[in-house]
Ligand binder design. Structure first.
Ligand code: TYD
Length: 219
């Protein structure tokens, strides 16, 4: 039986450059001959992508914060069952764009539900499955939000429609709470969560992340 794989999660505000960095890391690890699974939340499975549509669509109205949190975890429970655990059992490296820290930051912090229910649901619905490493891309709220808006405008003019999602329509204060909650998680779990300054160029940030991954996972 192969050794259990590794779970690496990427976290950060909308527009923090997570997706770019996740792609770069996947490419580098594959170039080293490693088996990599790239996935995301909410989503990552057929059921999860349907839940994602409800959660992110700007036309979804009146969703209560508790419903939002429950749907995030419903997507995650299916994702763990269908994708993450099987990939880890095969010895693969799983790179996941967002995981439970997003729920703690956005629903716990942003929507003010607090940390406790998120950690409790994580225990019940996710069997407390923790990432081996979490990369938190950190930047000023104004910078990240502006980048997300620019990206959406660009996509709208191009082929793929990229609407501003329900979260991206939130205000500065909301994202301030999200960032604060993220930094609190990093302070609480310094062995797992590494804060990476996201103000550099994509290549600079990638070099920092590669070094972290190499050291932490001994690869
Ligand atoms: P996405 O388009 O993937 O954003 P990004 O590319 O910036 O990561 O949208 C995911 C959105 O869902 C994002 O705004 C954060 C939010 N979210 C939560 O609020 N809670 C969660 O548990 C997760 C996984 C995501």
């Amino acid at each position: 039986m192969p050794a259990r794989g590794k779970l690496i999660t990427f976290e950060g505000l909308d527009g923090s450059g997570k997706s770019t960095q996740l792609d770069k890391l996947a490419r580098s690890l594959r170039a080293h001959g490693l088996s990599v699974t790239v996935t995301r939340e909410p989503g990552g499975t057929t059921t999860g992508e349907r839940i994602r549509e409800v959660l992110l669509h700007s036309a979804t109205a009146g969703l209560s914060p508790l419903t939002e949190m429950a749907l995030m975890f419903a997507s995650r429970a299916q994702h763990i069952h269908e994708v993450i655990l099987p990939a880890l059992a095969e010895g693969r490296i799983v790179l996941c764009d967002r995981y439970t820290d997003s729920t703690e930051a956005y629903q716990g912090g942003g929507r003010k539900l607090g940390t406790k229910p998120v950690l409790q649901l994580h225990e019940i619905l996710c069997g407390n499955l923790q990432p081996d490493l979490t990369i938190l891309l950190d930047n000023e709220v104004a910078f990240s939000v502006e980048r997300a808006r620019r990206r959406n405008r660009k996509h709208k003019g191009g082929r793929s429609e990229r609407d501003e999602n329900r979260f991206e329509q939130e205000n500065r204060a909301f994202f301030g709470r999200v960032r604060h909650a993220y930094l609190a998680i990093a302070a609480r779990e310094p062995n797992r969560v590494h804060v990476v300054n996201a103000r550099g160029t994509p290549a600079e940030t990638h070099a920092v992340i590669m070094e972290l991954v190499r050291k932490k996972l001994k690869i």
